[in-house]
Write a protein that binds this ligand. Structure first.
Ligand SMILES: [Mg+2]
Length: 414
């Protein structure tokens, strides 16, 4: 089997409501690039990458000159071809490599008649548990519904999600309002679900001292971990010295060099593996093995996925022995998916690992067309901007908080 063609299509899929975070907002939808790697036998492997548009599609088209005629089983070769660490100093293509790796693994699984988890060493679990990923949200401009700004609204959303999907782990994405306000929201969540696990993630926007202050304030709660309270290995290390909660990151350890630095001088306890940020599912499996050796915790990070990327997270979650926490996914905020059958179902807070050959998901061509048309209509959105505060520039550490008493709706095209 040889690679014959590579295609990329940008889509945008609506969210239930715009999701606010410490660095800006998801303006009511995700933009993703769907990658198809076609083999000379007609099989099509699927990949996915965050963001999109002309330039992202052009990057994948350009990869044809590297990959057409090559065997998709030569994955280590492809790593150096696409993302050689010194040759790619000026064109970081780790995420491109990841999308192509997903597609090649999908091709191999289909050709060999096995799921990707079999290629990766076999599955250790049939289902992967997920956290209820809770965001402060603007109301959906089309319906006026879905706002989450107050503790009451956030707890109500968590209650609804727990009832609908069965989550027993809850994560708040903070860093939006003043930390004194957010700590009260977190406490309200903890009080509502005393038996459930919790985690808080302000996306690294606090000063080290603020991180320590918040961390000490939540020490008595049922925390899985405290995620990226401040930015940088040194800030995390200083926080870790002062706070008795394991620290987790998806920002300061997102590659092997940083993992090595963290092990030599420990700053973070739990590494959140992202199949895109690390350059593929296999890179995450390797990183998980290093974490196993050094007894660091491991969980699965979400960078905002549709079903193809979710499938990579499920196959990863299935094969790593040391998955010690529920995975993160934005998935339950989506209104639809581009895969056959629509959104994958949750049951008891978990999603079944796909059983079909390859990644086990196939493209719904009608949906791909519909959401690629929607992308052409709506275009990209500035992820690092807040639609309610034009001109706002978040600092790191930040002190330019949103106002929790400001309930004005935002006007975003839907
Ligand atoms: Mg995070």
């Amino acid at each position: 089997m040889k690679i014959a063609d590579i295609r990329a299509t940008t889509v945008t899929v609506p969210l239930e409501a715009p999701l606010r975070h410490g660095n800006g907002c998801h303006w009511g939808r995700f933009v993703r690039t769907i990658v198809e790697v076609e083999a000379d036998n007609g099989l099509i492997g699927l990949g996915e990458m965050g963001g999109g548009g002309e330039s992202a599609e052009a990057v994948f088209r350009a990869m044809k000159t590297y990959l057409v005629g090559r065997d998709p089983a030569q994955l280590e070769e492809m790593r150096f071809l696409i993302a050689n660490p010194t040759a790619s100093l000026y064109n970081n293509r780790t995420q491109v490599l990841a999308a192509l790796e997903f597609a090649c693994l999908d091709l191999l699984g289909q050709q060999w008649g096995v799921p990707v988890y079999t290629i990766l060493g076999g599955k250790l679990r049939d289902r992967v548990p997920f956290a209820s990923y809770l965001f402060f949200r603007y109301a959906n401009p089309a319906t006026g519904k879905g706002e989450v700004r107050t503790a009451g609204q956030l707890v109500a959303l968590a209650r609804e999600l727990k009832q609908r999907y069965g989550f027993t782990t809850h994560k708040i994405k903070g860093g939006v309002f003043h930390p004194d306000y957010e700590v009260e929201v977190y406490r309200a969540l903890a009080a509502e679900f005393p038996g459930d696990s919790l985690r808080f993630d302000p996306n690294g926007v606090w000063s080290t001292e603020q991180a320590i202050r918040f961390g000490q304030a939540i020490e008595g709660l049922r925390n899985d971990y405290f995620e990226d309270p401040t930015f940088g290995l040194n800030g995390m290390r200083r926080t870790r010295e002062m706070v008795r909660i394991p620290l987790a990151t998806n920002t300061v350890v997102v590659g092997f060099e940083q993992l090595a630095a963290n092990i030599l001088n420990m700053a973070v306890d739990v590494i959140l593996l992202d199949t895109t940020f690390w350059g593929g599912i296999r890179a995450c499996v390797k990183a998980a093995a290093i974490c196993e050796t050094f007894q660091l915790g491991v969980a699965v990070h979400s960078s905002g996925e549709l079903g193809i990327q979710l499938a990579t997270m499920l196959h990863l979650g299935a094969v790593i022995p040391n998955l010690s926490f529920a995975a993160d996914a934005h998935y339950h905020h989506l209104t639809d998916d581009v895969i056959e059958g629509g959104l994958m179902p949750y049951q008891g807070g978990s999603i079944a690992v796909p059983q079909g050959p390859g990644l086990g998901v196939r493209l719904d061509r009608d949906k791909l067309r519909r959401y690629s048309e929607l992308y052409r209509r709506l275009g990209n959105y500035p992820y690092d901007q807040d639609p309610a505060r034009p001109g706002w520039t978040p600092l790191v550490p930040n002190d330019r908080w949103a106002d929790p008493t400001d309930g004005r709706p935002v006007d975003i095209p839907y």
